[in-house]
Design a protein around this ligand. Structure first.
Ligand SMILES: [Zn+2]
Length: 264
C-alpha cells in the first residue's frame, strides 16, 4: 500500500499547508484518511476527487473533517457530476458518491454544521455516510480498518490499516494524550504515523496531545518499524522535533511533509 501525506498541520494550517489528510492507495483503490481544513485543495493537486472510494474520519474536530464541506459542494455542483453535458464534460448518470466512514454521531454533527446555513443534508447527500463503532472493521477494496479509542478532548479513534494483498501494517494515532491504549494498538506496526503537536506538555488542564519525545516513546514501546511525526506546525523546528523523537526511539524518524510518499 502507498501512503501520501496531503496535510500534516495541527489545528491551524501551515503557510500554504493543510490540516490532517492522508491518502492510502493500493490496487486502484483510494481512501482519504481525515479531511481537515485545506485538504480538499491538496487532494485536487494530487488526485481526482471523484475517484476516491472512501473517506475515513478519525474524530470530529475541525482540523480532521472540515473540508468535507467543500468536498460535498464539489460532488454536488461540479460540472462533471451533472447529468447533462456542460462545457467539456459529457454528463453522467452515475455521479461519484464516495463512502464516508465517520465516527459515532457524525451524522448529527454534520447536520448541525451545514444546517446552520440551511444545507442540513449537504454532506450525507454527497457521500454514502456510515458511522463506525469502536469494534467495526470496515473494508474498502484491499484495505481492512480497525479502530482504537484514544484519550483526546472528545471521542477519537486511532486507525490501523492492513492490506489483504500482503501490504504493510500501518497505524495512525489520530490525536491523543500519552496512552497505553495506543502503545498496545500499534504493537509491531511497520509505520506509526503519530501526532507531535506540543513543544512541551500542557502546563495545566486536561492533556490532549503529545510532544515529539512522547511520540517517540510510543513508537519505542510499540516496537514499530518507523515513526512519522505529524500534526506538527511549521512554527516548530522540525529538526528539533525529529531529534527529540530519535532520542528515545532507535529506528528511523521523519516529520511528515506534504507530498511525502511511504510504501508499505
Ligand atoms: Zn487535530
Amino acid at each position: 500500500m502507498r501512503l501520501t501525506v496531503l496535510g500534516k498541520s495541527p489545528s491551524w494550517q501551515d503557510a500554504g499547508g493543510a490540516c490532517s489528510g492522508y491518502l492510502l492507495e493500493e490496487d486502484g483503490f483510494t481512501v482519504l484518511m481525515d479531511c481537515g481544513n485545506g485538504v480538499f485543495s491538496k487532494l485536487r493537486r494530487y488526485r481526482d476527487y471523484t475517484r476516491v472510494d472512501a473517506v475515513l474520519i478519525s474524530h470530529l474536530h475541525a482540523d480532521h473533517f472540515l473540508d468535507l464541506v467543500p468536498y460535498s459542494y464539489a460532488l454536488t455542483y461540479s460540472p462533471r457530476q451533472q447529468p447533462v453535458p456542460v462545457d467539456r464534460w459529457p454528463g453522467t448518470e452515475t455521479p461519484a458518491r464516495p463512502r464516508l466512514i465517520a465516527p459515532p454521531h457524525a451524522r448529527d454533527v454534520f447536520r448541525q454544521i451545514v444546517g446552520s446555513w440551511g444545507s442540513r443534508d449537504l454532506i450525507e447527500k454527497a457521500f454514502e455516510l456510515e458511522e463506525y463503532a469502536a469494534g467495526s472493521t470496515p473494508e474498502v477494496g484491499p484495505f481492512r480498518f480497525r479502530f482504537c479509542e484514544v484519550p483526546h478532548f472528545q471521542e477519537t479513534y486511532a486507525i490501523a490499516v492492513k492490506s489483504s494483498n500482503g501490504g504493510g501494517n500501518f497505524v495512525f494515532g489520530a490525536d491523543s494524550r500519552p496512552t497505553e491504549e495506543l502503545v498496545e494498538f500499534a504493537q509491531g506496526a511497520d509505520l506509526l504515523l503519530i501526532e507531535a503537536t506540543l513543544p512541551r506538555p500542557e502546563r495545566d488542564g486536561e492533556r490532549g496531545h503529545l510532544t515529539p519525545r512522547e511520540a517517540g516513546e510510543h513508537g519505542r514501546d510499540s516496537g514499530v518499524g518507523r515513526v512519522v511525526l505529524t500534526h506538527i506546525s511549521d512554527e516548530l523546528d522540525h529538526l528539533w522535533a525529529r531529534k527529540e523523537a530519535e532520542s528515545v526511539f532507535d529506528g528511523p524518524v521523519e516529520v511528515a511533509m506534504e507530498g511525502a510518499v511511504y510504501s508499505l
